[in-house]
Design a binder for this molecule. Structure first.
Ligand SMILES: [Cu+2]
Length: 145
């Protein structure tokens, strides 16, 4: 062992922390999200990593809600030029559909939804591109006015 060993150890530990940073960030985001809320959801579905955020964070009936969707592949590259759709359904048969448009940022898409009724909505995002499809389902809990 040389005098430099502790420093080398620290450096190695620092590299390990850097490598874990995205995982830790995702965990923190998941812990911060309220159950059933679409706020800052991050999920790996097969090869695709989805990150979904709603604005506002707490959704209410009649609100204009903007969803920002970020998708990346198994190598953490943004998935651009995919066709995305967002469909929300309620057990009573209500449906909301939104087109999901690309933004100027690679792999980032946006959709706007107005929920006509309070309650739990099953939201399904689907992506199609390069003969592959992927989908991501989450629950949006919409509060009453
Ligand atoms: Cu309904």
């Amino acid at each position: 062992m040389t005098w430099d060993a502790p420093r080398e150890g620290r450096r190695r530990a620092a590299r390990r922390v850097v490598a874990l940073a995205p995982v830790l960030a995702a965990m923190l985001v998941l812990m911060a999200a309220k159950p059933g809320s679409a706020v800052d959801l991050v999920k790996q579905e097969g090869e695709i990593r989805w990150a979904v955020r709603s604005d506002p964070l707490q959704v209410r009936e009649g609100d204009r809600v903007r969803y920002t969707v970020r998708i990346s592949d198994g190598n953490d590259r943004p998935v651009d030029r995919a066709n995305l759709r967002l469909i929300g359904t309620m057990p009573d048969g209500m449906v909301v559909r939104a087109t999901v448009a690309r933004t100027t940022e690679a792999g980032v898409y946006e959709a706007t939804v107005i929920f006509p009724m309070a309650g739990a909505w099953r939201m399904e995002l689907s992506a199609r591109g390069d003969a592959k499809t992927a989908s991501f389902v989450f629950t949006e809990t919409v509060g009453a006015r």
